[in-house]
Design a protein around this ligand. Sequence first.
Ligand SMILES: *[C@@H]1O[C@H](CO)[C@@H](O)[C@H](O)[C@H]1NC(C)=O
Length: 291
Amino acid sequence: MKSIFSLINGIIIFFMVIVSADKNNWWKNSILYEIFIRSFKDSDGDGIGDLNGIRMKLDYFHELKIDSLYLTPFYKSSLFDMGYAIINYTEIHSSLGSMEDFENLIREMEYTGMKMIIDFVINHCSDENEWFQKSIDKIKPYDEYFIWKNAKGFNKDGKPIPPNNWKSVFGGSAWQWNFKRKQFYFHQFGRKQPDFNLRNVNVKNEIKKIIEFWIEKGVHGFRIDAPQFFFEDEQFRDEPLKNPRKQNTRDITWFDLIHIYTFEQKEIYEFIHELRLFTDQFNKKNSGIER
Ligand SMILES: *[C@@H]1O[C@H](CO)[C@@H](O)[C@H](O)[C@H]1NC(C)=O
C-alpha cells in the first residue's frame, strides 16, 4: 500500500516538474494548430472564414488537446499573395472581423490557457501601405523605409535599366521602376510587395512598436515570415550565375542565380536577436508567461 502511494506521489511530482518546465518553454513543447483564416470557419455567412469562426471552434481545439493557435495574416492587406502584402499592421482585414472580435477570441482562449501565435511579415509590406506611399513622395523619415536605387542607365528606348541582376522569387527582376520617384525599389517577392530597409533605425522601431501593440493585446508569440530574405548586400553586387553559359539576362530567373548577396545574410541573426531582447523586456514585466 505504502509503495503504491509513494509511486503515485512520485508520478505526481514528476508531472508537476514537466508542467512547470512547460510553462517557460511552452513554445518548444506545445501542440500548435495552424489556421488559414479565410478557409477555416465562416461565422457570418459571407463565404469567408473569420475570427469569430475560430472562436466558435475553441471547444473543438480543446477536445483535440491543442495548446496554441498559429494564425496566418489577418491584417489589413491587399488580396495579392493572400494576406502577405500588409497595408496596416495594427488593423484587422474587414472581411475577417474587427479588433473587438480579435480581443474576444484571445480572451476566450485565455480561459483554457491556450496561446496565440501570429504571423509577422516584416521583410516587406504592400505597395498600398501608407509608409510606401510616403516613401514615393520622399517624405521624411519614410523616404528611407524601403530600398531605393537609381537606374544603372537608360536603354535606347529610354527605358530605365535596373541597378543589378537580382531577381524576384516570383519571377522577373527584383527591381521595379517608380515613375514618380524616378528610382527603382527592391522586392524579393511580388512587385506589389516592396522590401523594407531593415537597416533603418526608424523601420526597426516601427517593427518593435507593432510587436508591443500585439503583445499588449495578449498575443504570446510571433511566427517570423521569410527571415532568410531580410538583408541584401550593401554594395548591390551582381549575383553569379549557376550556369555561366546562360548569359541571356531576359531568360534568367531567381533559380538561375547563386544567392550570395540576397539570401541568408549574417545580419539576420543580429536582427532576430535584437527582437528577442526587445520581447524579453515584456517577459520581465509579465513574469507569468514567456513570449
Ligand atoms: C494604421 O491604422 C492605425 C489605426 O487605424 C492608424 O493610426 C495608423 O496611422 C495606420 N498606419 C499606417 C502605416 O497606415
